[in-house]
Design a protein around this ligand. Structure first.
Ligand SMILES: Nc1ncnc2c1ncn2[C@@H]1O[C@H](COP(=O)(O)OP(=O)(O)O)[C@@H](O)[C@H]1O
Ligand SMILES: [Mg+2]
Length: 324
């Protein structure tokens, strides 16, 4: 099966006083139709910068340098004229963001906002678009859709607003959906439902890039998991491989850093010591890694493997029990 999107050696850097800061560094990632790929890692590791680079939105935020290739359906998104890429936005590639309430326009009704892409990209009349908007709201599980279409975002809960965002993102049947922390701003009950809804996108043969800082929270819906640390991909494989046999010490540490819901005693939450700062070590995780050896300080580990890839000289083996 060919990939719908193939990122090759992608680098994104911001100019700093006297140098550059790489937010994404040598990232290779492929996304397949009908597959949900989770991109996980702690805050600041470069997930959103990568997502915004795919959409070419990053260059609107600041001066930025990119390298490598991101080939989507035969088109190199980094090399193509910006106008050509912006024509794909909302139509073939859609994105949903972390905070649904601030992503919606506060002064327009839900109906006005949903019909905009339908009129713009599908050329529907406003009346036909309104009928389709109602159907879309029903499909994403919003009750009383007729009433909701007339309401403003502040009248809806966070979970409902995120459903509206999903309806807007999928209304033109895009081939790729990028969901950047779509559940982070929601409460626990809304989270599960929004993730289930994202899982349903497989049935439309959509490729989904699901971004999260919480590895365990994406386990329910992901087919593939890619773990990022300080701009690098450190591990990638099928969701079951990465969750059950994580081979990078960072992935193991991420899985450990979750509170246990079982047992009656409050426990101390294991945390990864230190901070994610670029040090002198060749392996970026070495300063925080319990398994670091002198080689990690002098030589950068390559990412190796076929189906299950790891950027570590000493990949871990053996089953790993996720705390629940
Ligand atoms: N416009 C920008 N200018 C300079 N640095 C930025 C900009 N946007 C993001 N960064 C930096 O890039 C790194 C990656 O950020 P981001 O992709 O937002 O992380 P996350 O993984 O939490 O989504 C961070 O160190 C962040 O401070
Ligand atoms: Mg982010």
């Amino acid at each position: 099966m060919g990939s719908l999107l193939k990122a090759k050696n992608v680098g994104v850097s911001f100019p700093l006083l006297g140098g550059f800061k790489y937010a994404v560094d040598g990232l290779d990632l492929s996304l397949e139709a009908g597959t949900i790929t989770a991109l996980v890692g702690e805050s600041g590791c470069g997930k959103s910068v990568f997502a915004q680079t795919v959409m070419r939105l990053i260059e609107h935020t600041s001066k930025v340098f990119t390298k490598g290739e991101i080939v989507f359906d035969g088109l190199d998104l980094l090399g193509a004229p910006l106008k050509e890429v912006s024509r794909l936005r909302g139509r073939l590639i859609s994105m949903i963001f972390q905070d649904p309430i601030s992503s919606l326009h506060p002064l327009l009704t839900i109906g006005q906002q949903i019909i905009e892409p339908l009129v713009l990209h599908l050329g529907l009349s406003r009346a036909k678009a309104m009928v389709l908007a109602q159907e879309l709201l029903e499909r994403v599980g919003i009750s009383q859709p007729q009433k909701r279409l007339k309401q403003y975002p502040f009248e809806l809960s966070g979970g409902m607003c995120q459903r509206v965002m999903i309806a807007m993102a999928v209304c033109c049947k895009p081939k790729l959906l990028i969901a950047d922390e779509p559940t982070t701003a929601l409460d626990m009950t809304a989270r599960g439902k929004v993730l289930d809804l994202i899982g349903e996108m497989r049935t439309f043969n959509m490729a989904v890039l699901l971004i999260s800082h919480d590895l365990a929270s994406v386990k329910k819906v992901s087919d593939k998991i890619a773990v990022m640390y300080l701009g690098h991909l450190v591990e990638e494989g099928s969701a079951s491989e990465v969750l059950n046999n994580p081979s990078h010490p960072y992935t193991r540490a991420l899985l450990m850093a979750r509170p246990s819901m079982s047992g009656s005693k409050p426990e101390t939450l294991p945390a990864i010591p230190g901070q994610a700062v670029r040090g002198k070590s060749a392996c970026r995780f070495a300063p925080r890694c319990p398994l670091a050896k002198p080689k990690c300080e002098s030589e950068a580990p390559p990412i190796l493997g076929q189906n299950h890839k790891t950027r570590c000289f000493w990949p871990q083996e053996g089953a790993f029990k996720i705390l629940t």
